[in-house]
Design a binder for this molecule. Structure first.
Ligand code: TRP
Length: 382
């Protein structure tokens, strides 16, 4: 029997209550230290993204050397992705928010991988039509965050395979079955598509180096659950003659139902705010969401509430507190008992509605260039 505080995190499963410091130790990643944040702040012209300031990104691999290179005139590119299985929810945006910020502040290229094969292999309930459909829908939401059409390239696995495959062949030869079995916890009944898939997720990290015929450094912002894939990517990099990608990892966002991370696997549509939820549904989900409040108003006034366990506070923290002042005010007045959960939810609901409205417009605009950004040809055969 696992200990009660034990937890499991792989790209395909998150179980138990995650202790993020222990997870970092288990995975062997480094802290995203105040020194690194200060350097980022400086390189970005005196600004840090709220997700960096508020500790949502907390772990990294080789960010220091990547920043050294950048400071010495060696620009990098960004890479992140999404395995489509349904509509996006707000926490899926975290990695793309950070990428968009990097692109805007530093003018670097962005590669987005839409893995419409991955979730077809990983989840029995999805058809190919569904993963391909959601792939495009998710892509519009991602591009709507403000990516620069001139500097943004998309690998849509089933449609970009001719561009990816020459490198995937080489990556796959370096990864053994016992490797993927150990890293992802695959069992004898796992389909062989998923065993191969990790090779495809490595490819974009090397693609620009291959295309340009020189070492182009790569930075991957992602949820820490994706780190196992990139451990393999980093293990094979040198043997293939490419630089190891650097990573920055975020914590995962707690779900609205208050048990574990925001996820819609199974029958848990109310655990997440989907970007296509109509305003009434947003309101219903948020009104019903789990908080760190007390049993009665009297108790809450007296003892204060507990933001750290609250799914509503997590939303303020990761997206909806527009300024540090607002975030601090919500946190402080929650803890002191001044702010009651009903008021707090009401304020949040207004902001979520406003975001959905602007997002819907930006999404329509993104549709006009999404197709043309999909990479379909390799830079050269082989
Ligand atoms: N495996 C990721 C998912 O399940 C999708 C993905 C592909 C990805 N490439 C990536 C995520 C790079 C982060 C970074 O959503």
């Amino acid at each position: 029997m696992p200990a009660p505080d034990d937890f499991v995190v792989t790209p395909y499963e998150v179980k138990g209550k995650v202790d993020y410091d222990r997870l970092r130790e288990r995975f062997g990643t480094q802290e995203l230290s105040p020194e690194l944040l200060a350097r980022l702040h400086h390189l970005a012209g005196g600004e840090l993204h709220p997700l960096l300031r508020r500790g949502v990104y907390y772990s990294q691999r080789d960010l220091g050397p990547l920043l050294d290179g950048y400071a010495n005139g060696r620009p990098f590119f960004l890479y992140s992705g999404r395995g489509p299985s349904g509509p996006l929810h707000t926490s899926h945006l975290l990695q793309f928010d950070l990428c968009q910020w990097f692109q805007r502040r530093l003018g670097v290229p962005m590669y987005i991988q839409i893995t419409d094969d991955e979730k077809f292999w990983a989840r029995s309930g999805l058809t190919r039509e569904e993963t391909a459909h959601w792939g495009l829908e998710n892509l519009y939401d991602i591009l709507a965050l403000g990516f620069d059409p001139k500097r943004t390239h998309i690998f849509f696995d089933s449609r970009s395979i001719a561009a990816l495959y020459p490198l995937a062949i080489r990556v796959a030869r370096k990864i053994s079955y016992s490797n993927v079995k150990a890293v992802f916890g695959f069992t004898p009944s796992t389909n062989i598509g998923l065993g191969f898939y990790t090779a495809l997720q490595s490819v974009p990290a090397f693609w620009p180096s291959w295309a340009e015929g020189r070492a182009v450094p790569c930075l991957i912002p992602c949820g820490i659950d994706q780190d196992p894939h990139f451990r393999l990517t980093r293990d094979v990099a040198e043997g293939l003659g490419y630089p190891k990608p650097a990573l920055v990892h975020s914590k995962m966002v707690p779900g609205l139902l208050g048990e574990g991370v925001m996820s819609t696997t199974g029958n848990r549509a109310d655990d997440a705010l989907f970007l296509n939820d109509p305003p009434k549904v947003v309101e219903r989900k948020l009104r019903a969401a789990f908080t760190g409040g007390r049993a009665t108003v009297e108790e809450q006034r007296r003892l204060g509430a507990v933001p750290e366990v609250c799914s509503i506070w997590a939303l303020w923290r990761t997206r909806f507190a527009e300024s540090d002042e607002k975030f601090e005010e919500v946190t402080r007045s929650c803890r002191s008992g001044e702010l009651l959960c009903g008021d707090c939810k009401g304020q949040l609901i207004e902001r979520v509605h406003a975001f959905y409205e602007t997002h819907a417009d930006a999404r329509e605009k993104a549709k006009s260039w999404a197709e043309s950004a999909i990479v379909t040809e390799p830079p050269r055969p082989l």
